[in-house]
Design a protein around this ligand. Structure first.
Ligand code: NAP
Length: 316
């Protein structure tokens, strides 16, 4: 900054930004809100939709203060809130990061290189693939990972949902209002989903369950017409007719970008301390990409707040 160094007012950082946040889900947006409110020059980079995974959820009913709100509306509120405090946004995909020095460099797909003292990784996660025959072949031809995006194509048609977690059961309930029937195929005889979600699901008349079974194959002609189910107890295989398969078998963290640089667990979830710091000074991780006990909008937002308050120590 040389002659423009306003010492006593703000410490020179020699970087264009104080904080760069990679990913605009609830964790990144909450961090952006807090960092910008702390008068830090904050940039959020997002390759896809601002708001993250919640934009793919029909309704959110467990974010405190909002009894029932659509995922998109909640996401919009998060974005607006961060923007109101002065957070800048760029719709660019981060392709490379240099994190080891005091000034971090973040390169994007359009050839820009941004610099900052602090980087927050809030890249979230993607749906895990099932890895069975037909899954790739019938992608967008009956195989989907997003009920809100694709559900309407299956009006009055039978559907299969794979998985037993919150996502599978919640999205199956959503789909049951569109489809003629929905069958949840789960590999155990107990759901992993929260009790309140289970109770609701068991009351839906056109929602069926096939227990102790996996989808072994997805088949059809031009689009999905059946799945091959395998009972994991008996080994018996059966052909089960369906027009679509919605797959909700967990999450894969988007941590490829920092692989081998930032410490992760064996699944790729980034390890942090309780202030969201990674093993690299000035690099934080928040939200679904982090190894954490609970993955909710409220926990991602809390992660973002904690990171953004802790990082102010670099600007004292
Ligand atoms: P999840 O909780 O990891 O559940 C994945 C489900 O898929 C499990 O039931 C698992 O079976 C099954 N599964 C995994 N691999 C499989 C395979 N190869 N074949 C067949 N089944 C397989 O994932 P999620 O439901 O996507 O949720 C991700 C996170 O987001 C969770 O922390 C969840 O609580 C959270 N979430 C919260 C809400 C909410 O609070 N409203 C909504 C959505 C998601 P097992 O049970 O046998 O392991």
């Amino acid at each position: 900054m040389g002659m423009f160094n306003l010492s006593g007012i703000s410490k020179p950082t020699q970087s264009a930004y104080d904080v760069i946040i990679v990913g605009a889900g609830p964790g990144g947006l909450a961090a952006g809100l807090y960092a910008a409110r702390a008068r830090l020059k904050t940039l959020i980079l997002e390759r896809a939709t601002e708001g993250g995974q919640i934009t793919l959820t029909n309704t959110v009913e467990d974010y405190p203060g909002f009894v029932l709100i659509s995922g998109q509306e909640l996401a919009d509120k998060f974005v607006e809130h961060a923007r109101n405090f002065g957070t800048k946004f760029a719709n660019e995909e981060v392709v490379e990061m240099e994190l080891s020095e005091e000034i971090k460099k973040v390169k994007t797909d359009v050839g820009n290189t941004y610099t900052s003292k602090v980087v927050i990784i809030s890249t979230g996660s993607n749906p895990r693939k099932l890895g069975v025959r037909g899954e790739e072949e019938f992608a967008n031809k009956g195989v989907s990972y997003c009920a809100v995006c694709d559900g309407s194509f299956f009006k009055d048609k039978p559907l299969v949902v794979v998985g037993g977690g919150d996502s599978a059961v919640e999205e199956a309930i959503y789909l049951s209002k569109i489809a003629s029937s929905v069958t949840i195929v789960h590999r155990r005889d107990k759901l992993r989903a929260q009790k309140i979600v289970q109770e609701r699901a068991f009351k839906v008349p056109n929602l069926k369950f096939i227990w102790n079974s996996i989808v072994d194959e997805i088949g059809g002609n031009n689009s999905v017409e059946y799945v091959v189910l395998k009972n994991v107890k008996t080994g018996e295989s059966t052909k089960y007719p369906t027009s679509g398969v919605f797959i909700y078998v967990g999450l894969v963290p988007n941590s490829e970008l920092v692989k081998g640089v930032v410490e992760t667990d064996e699944h790729g979830f980034i390890l942090t301390n309780d202030r969201m710091e990674t093993n690299i000074k000035g690099v934080y991780a928040v939200g679904d990409v982090r190894k954490t006990f609970l993955r909710q909008v409220v926990t991602a937002a809390a992660d973002g707040a904690i990171a953004a308050v802790d990082l102010t120590k670099y600007f004292d």
